[in-house]
Design a protein around this ligand. Structure first.
Ligand code: PMP
Length: 372
């Protein structure tokens, strides 16, 4: 790792150095073409190879089954909050179920309420989003409050602000058996069984690329229903699936970077190896928090702590401010918690090296010794 800082930002977030260096070269002259990758037609053969390779590498990484389409879209994960109900509910009267375990799931629920009859199955809000009702039995939630006619069940697989991550997924028996997940902040951080989901979406800017690309993985039979009549073309999955994500000009440069990241993850040994590294990093950081005799506190229930976003607090706001400022001086930046919850948050996505976490842990011990 050659850079002078470790970037703990929640997104846009740190990217692998090897990817950035390669992109730096291709930015000026893409493989001897005399043109930047940024300047090339999205319908030319160079970009055709870029997007096809990105898709096939992603399919290999996540073992995406044949009956699913992979779409490279725009508008961020936020756009999917409306695109999902517009495509999966035939009218705003159709119900859909939501489990809300943090602010992002809540935003998805509220936005969807404009385009479907959104039913709140369970919310972690009364506990400040620090747990999931019964993580060993995710169906507990459904048995109680599910709408039997719901078209799908929506979850946020990893809550970026609150650091709450589903470790096992609910399996809705109603809801057409359809589980929809926002995986923006833990996409490609571990192996997963895509066949459990009707639809997965993720903004790229945490684990897999720059902002501006949103990945949607959708089961093909769901593309055969009709989206709601007023659905804009840009939000109509079938249009993008039929055009292989080239209905209009796609975010070419972002897709190119995602492709480099996918190739890098495959080279590392695939997602099982990526998960092993992520567990090692998260283990070191949570270990430091839990071993601090209460100097650092992570409010999240242990069994659902995120491998990606680690929020913690110190005794006072002043001490937290001092922590963030001193860490930045030592080259560990972007550690301030989200403005809505305060505290400290270390985002340790795939591209954060173990050395970055070890440096942070050493700093935490030293800071505690000086401020006990
Ligand atoms: N969902 C989650 C889990 C997120 O972390 C974010 C962004 N931080 C969003 C959705 C919104 O994504 P975007 O900014 O790409 O619209």
């Amino acid at each position: 790792y050659r850079r002078p800082v470790f970037n703990f930002a929640a997104g846009p977030a740190t990217l692998p150095e090897s990817v950035l260096l390669k992109a730096q070269a291709d930015l000026f002259d893409y493989r001897g073409s005399g043109m930047s990758i940024m300047e090339m037609s999205h319908r030319g053969k160079d970009f055709d190879s870029v997007i096809k390779t990105a898709e096939s590498d992603l399919r290999e990484l996540l073992s995406v089954p044949d009956g699913y389409s992979v779409l490279f879209l725009q508008g961020g994960a936020t756009t999917q909050f409306s695109a999902v109900p517009l495509n999966l509910c035939s009218s705003p009267a159709d119900p859909a179920d939501f489990i809300v375990t943090g602010s992002w799931g809540d935003k998805a629920f509220k936005e969807a309420s404009k385009y479907c009859t959104a039913n709140l199955v369970w919310s972690g809000k009364p506990n400040n989003y620090t747990d999931i009702a019964d993580p060993t039995d995710p169906n507990f939630l459904l048995r109680n409050n599910q709408n039997p006619d719901a078209r799908y069940l929506h979850i946020c697989a990893n809550e970026t602000i609150h650091g709450v991550e589903f470790k096992t997924y609910p399996a809705p028996e109603n809801d057409n058996g359809l589980l929809v997940a926002d995986m923006s902040s833990n996409f490609c951080s571990k192996p997963g069984d895509v066949s459990k989901f009707g639809l997965i979406y993720a903004g790229a800017q945490k684990n897999i690329g720059p902002s501006g690309v949103t990945i949607v993985i959708v089961r093909n039979d769901l593309l055969l229903g009709r989206p709601q009549p007023a659905t804009p073309v840009m939000l109509d999955y079938k249009i993008h699936a039929d055009a292989a994500s080239l209905y209009n000009t796609p975010p070419c440069f972002g897709i190119y970077i995602c492709g480099l990241v996918f190739a890098d993850l495959l080279e590392q040994g695939g997602l099982a190896e990526v998960e092993r590294k992520n567990e090692e990093k998260a283990g070191a950081l949570y270990g430091a928090i839990d071993g601090s005799d209460g100097f650092y506190v992570c409010p999240v229930e242990r069994s659902v702590r995120s491998l990606m976003n680690v929020p913690f607090t110190l005794r006072t706001k002043e001490l937290e401010k001092k922590f963030v400022e001193e860490a930045a001086k030592e080259g560990m930046v972007q550690l301030k918690g989200h403005r809505s919850v305060g505290g400290v948050r270390a985002s340790i996505y795939n591209a954060m090296p173990l050395a970055g976490v070890q440096k942070l842990v050493a700093f935490m011990k030293d800071f505690q010794a000086r401020n006990q």
